[in-house]
Design a protein around this ligand. Structure first.
Ligand code: SF4
Ligand code: SF4
Ligand code: SF4
Length: 249
């Protein structure tokens, strides 16, 4: 049986998630035994309009990007959003919170009035086309990427946590960042990273997006216990989760 053809495309992003794939080094051979890479600008020179699995990295920031990702969707049986930029818009969505003229002045200075400058809102991929599966994080976790691609290649549904980072953090017996008078988005952020940041002495900044079913009551309890307010959290949520539907915390 022929292997599914896989293509990787990038939009507005730093390409750090693709770099994580490159960093798999020999482990890539495991994946290549299951899929046939036919386009991947960062690693191979081949190009193809025929593929089964499309992996899309980056946010959709321009009208021409929307047309491009729609074509990719039409050509693929399965579409995977790779990394926070693609999955939730990520830091690229921060600009959506500001007046676009101010954004242009900030970025382009005296050239802010040039007519070709983009003023479109930034979108996650699933705000333009349907997405089948997600690899979350900024950057992605390499093991989770392998799990998602292997599952899709074998026709299975990847197993991605829906519970919050706090669950993994407590399993690791970390001292809660709130004990250090810090704010942490762990109670409302999707797990799957092994609580990477709190395990290394930092608060969680929400790069894996909001947990689909966060324990809002537990989050409120944490806020109350440490005399923090929900408004304190809101600003932090915007870093990765601007203009996303999120829990009413
Ligand atoms: S999710 Fe983070 S690491 Fe990945 S492409 Fe976007 S900014 Fe870069
Ligand atoms: S709030 Fe942050 S530091 Fe505290 S348990 Fe949850 S993830 Fe860990
Ligand atoms: S702890 Fe939070 S910010 Fe850090 S990798 Fe996990 S989800 Fe991302």
């Amino acid at each position: 049986m022929s292997k599914p053809r896989l293509a990787i495309f990038d939009f507005a992003c730093c390409e750090g998630c693709q770099l994580q794939i490159v960093n798999l080094e020999e482990e890539i051979l495991d994946l290549i035994s299951l899929v046939d890479p036919v386009e991947w600008r960062e690693a191979i020179s081949d190009q193809s309009d025929t593929y089964d699995i499309a992996i899309v990295e980056g946010s959709i920031t321009r009208p021409e990007d929307e047309e491009r990702v729609k074509k990719i969707r039409e050509r693929s049986k399965v579409l995977i959003a790779l990394g926070a930029c693609a999955a939730i818009g990520g830091v690229n969505k921060l600009k959506n919170n500001f007046d676009m003229d101010d954004v242009k002045k900030c970025v382009y200075g005296k050239d802010a009035d040039l007519p070709h400058l983009n003023t479109a809102m930034t979108k996650a991929v699933d705000e333009v086309v349907p997405v089948d599966f997600y690899v979350h994080g900024c950057p992605i976790d390499r093991d989770e990427f392998k799990h998602v691609v292997k599952s899709v290649a074998l026709g299975k549904k990847p197993n991605i946590p829906v519970y919050p980072v706090c669950v993994e953090c407590k399993l690791r017996e970390n001292v809660c960042r709130y004990e250090f008078n810090e704010l942490c988005l762990g109670p409302i952020t999707r797990a799957g990273c092994g609580a990477r940041c709190p395990s290394n002495g930092s608060w969680c900044f929400g790069c894996r997006g909001l947990a689909p079913d966060p324990n809002v009551d537990a989050a409120k309890e944490v806020m109350d216990k440490y005399k923090k307010t929900v408004d304190d959290l809101r600003d932090r949520i915007l870093l990765f989760n601007s203009k996303q539907e999120h829990a009413d915390v």
